[in-house]
Design a protein around this ligand. Structure first.
Ligand SMILES: Cc1ncc(COP(=O)(O)O)c(C=O)c1O
Length: 382
């Protein structure tokens, strides 16, 4: 197949995936921008190899629980690029997604005797999952450099959380990447109070200047989660989990676990293992990063100097709204044909967050759709 064929959709589809049937441009979903040419090339190559090595009936006969030895070894190499060392493959669990892994980890390591600490503005499903499992949540305040260490220390002292869930690179929704100093402080406090860390590093593969995960500073306390859905493709959705040790990996993710269907689909797990071993993942990542950087330039010029928090590798942009209501701006934008997320949806009850909106810039397939949305957003901002 030639490169042009690889870049164009095979089905008769005319509408950009970000445009809803009623014509609204949806900038709420944080999907990586599509890079079809390189993605198709790399995935065709990897799938051919996977299918040459094992017959479909063998590959798909059953799920493989925590992953085959080979998949866990490739997963160890994949997370090892972030952690600085390749962990023992028996500490790796290949899961369906970060969300699925969290639904095992929350009841498995937090339980309902002591609370879970989270950043005051945080990835919202974590609050819903905690509520589902009867887990109380305690908010830790954040500042321009991420989770506030003094607030964390105080919470550890007063509330004795058993674990802290956090996103240290390109925090959702604020876009903040914690400095190395902050990471070291958080690790030190977690160690002092024996708080387990659930570090969701899903956006970290997109940055040009990666910092070590906190999990690499306190591995004995950490559950490290590295998902693929935000960096490679939303549909190639897997999350590699690194447990603090082999015994914990086996205890928490034991095969008979009566929980959500957290196991990875065999074809995705085998495909990802092959992409890691032949470098296809790195080629796709490089293309995604280039496309994202181009989209950031477009957003910055489209917003004509309005204040915003962003970074060329971040899938979302955070727009503070001084003196304006985020609900009102979001409603006006929806009326004008653009859907965005508001700050309140990332906060718990009982605290009114600063007014802001979050815009996801990877969802539109075409830059022209994002460009159009940005001109609408710019007009609606104060
Ligand atoms: C911080 C964070 N973690 C996890 C996810 C979802 O990950 P997955 O698709 O692997 O469940 C998202 C999606 O928006 C996210 O923002």
């Amino acid at each position: 197949m030639d490169a042009r064929a690889l870049a164009s959709p095979s089905s008769q589809r005319f509408r950009d995936r970000a445009i809803s049937p009623d014509g609204v441009i949806q900038l709420t979903l944080n999907h990586p921008p599509p890079v079809p040419e390189i993605f198709n090339t790399m995935v065709f190559k990897a799938l051919n190899r996977v299918l040459a090595e094992s017959l479909p009936a063998e590959l798909m006969a059953t799920h493989r629980w925590m992953g085959t030895d080979h998949e866990r070894q490739q997963g160890a190499l994949f997370v090892g690029r972030r952690l600085g060392v390749v962990p023992d493959r028996n500490r790796i669990i290949v899961t369906h997604s970060t969300q699925a892994a969290l639904q095992v980890l929350l009841p498995g390591i937090v339980g309902n005797r002591r609370p879970l600490a989270i950043e005051r503005l945080s990835y919202s499903p974590v609050r819903s999952f905690a509520a589902r499992y009867g887990i109380s949540v305690v908010d830790v305040s954040i500042d321009g450099d991420g989770l506030n260490p003094e607030a964390f220390r105080e919470i550890c002292h007063r509330k004795r959380p058993i674990a802290l869930y956090l996103v240290s690179t390109y925090q959702n929704p604020t876009t903040v990447t914690m400095s190395l100093g902050r990471r070291q402080q958080i690790a030190e406090i977690a160690r002092r109070y024996q708080v387990r860390l659930i570090e969701d590093d899903i956006y970290s593969l997109l940055t040009e200047s990666p910092l070590p995960p906190i999990s690499s500073l306190a591995p004995e306390l950490s559950w490290y989660l590295l998902g693929t859905a935000k960096s490679l493709s939303a549909g190639l959705r897997l999350a590699f989990v690194v447990a603090p040790d082999v015994a914990e990996a086996t205890r928490v993710f034991w095969p008979g676990l009566p929980a959500t269907y957290w196991m990875a689909s065999p074809i995705s797990a085998a495909l990802m293992a092959e992409l890691v071993s032949n470098g296809g993942d790195l080629a796709i990542l490089a293309a995604v990063k280039d496309e994202l950087a181009a989209r950031h330039r477009l957003v910055v010029s489209g917003l004509k100097g309005k204040p915003l928090a962003s970074d060329p590798g971040c899938l979302h942009v955070w727009i503070p709204l001084k003196g304006a209501s985020s609900n009102e701006i979001a409603a006006a934008l929806l009326e004008a044909g653009v859907q965005v997320a508001v700050s309140a949806s990332y906060a718990g009850d009982g605290w009114a967050p600063p007014q802001a909106i979050r815009i996801s810039i990877g969802n539109p397939e075409k830059r022209s759709v994002l460009e159009k949305a940005m001109s609408i957003v710019c007009r609606a901002l104060p």
